[in-house]
Design a protein around this ligand. Sequence first.
Ligand code: COA
Length: 255
Amino acid sequence: MTYFVGGAVISLSLVDKVTDYENSLTVSEREFYGIGQTNNKQLFVMRNNKHKVIAETFLYQEYKQKNGNTFVSFHPKEIGFVEFDISKRSKNIHISYIKVHPEFQGLGIGKELLAYVESYGKEKGCKTATLDCLSTYTDGVSTLVFRKEKGQNDTLRRMKERGKVVDKNMKFYIGAQYHKQNNRKPQNDYLTPMIKNKLCYRMAKVTNLLSQIHFRLARHAFKTIKLSQKDFVFLHKVFSTNKMLEPTRIKGKQL
Ligand SMILES: CC(C)(COP(=O)(O)OP(=O)(O)OC[C@H]1O[C@@H](n2cnc3c(N)ncnc32)[C@H](O)[C@@H]1OP(=O)(O)O)[C@@H](O)C(=O)NCCC(=O)NCCS
């Protein structure tokens, strides 16, 4: 069984609704869209305009009315976003802010958002991605967002005395192959400038249900289709040579 993040069991009719919803959005709300998967295999949708990627889940509820009819409600719900700017001249995509809403953190959504925005940058001709990391220390109990404010050095020292402390944001970016960038000044002196030198298209993690939906970012509206194994092999060949954005590019062995 596949769920949307914190939402409904996904059926093909629900997928149709989601696709219709995405397709109905204006260009300023959606240029591309694609599917992400959390660590526990729940699905969500990511869509972007020229400055922002939004990750959203879909809540779907059915109510039985007194007269026996079924009443259905369908709500998109934002679970995270990334803001960015592309510099065509320096072929760089700068990520100005990334956020996953607190109740959805630690599920792999941030990682997917980052991969998506990098794919978008690559599609637009970028070679590198940069960002300024805001160190956020955690000892598993408390969290310290480090802005070099008064007393924060002492708080950090006390946390370290009590046990192991991890900078979770730094770990997040290093895990995504970013490293410190020495030749750029960050927006604020408490931030660490970071860069990723080689952008890649995002690989598909999604297999089962998505084989019945769609598996790459879509610029244009399209209908839900049910694919056979044969179609898959064919489409894989097409997509592995296609230059369009393929953030859910399918690995041969997953077919
Ligand atoms: C930073 C942020 C976007 C990460 O998103 P997320 O969905 O929680 O992160 P993911 O679940 O994709 O985690 C990816 C990696 O980050 C690291 N990470 C994330 N949360 C962590 C935590 N609490 N402790 C340690 N490492 C952590 C891990 O390396 C993890 O990899 P793993 O799952 O293989 O262990 C999110 O925590 C957030 O919105 N924070 C508040 C806003 C913010 O600080 N933005 C960044 C400004 S620079």
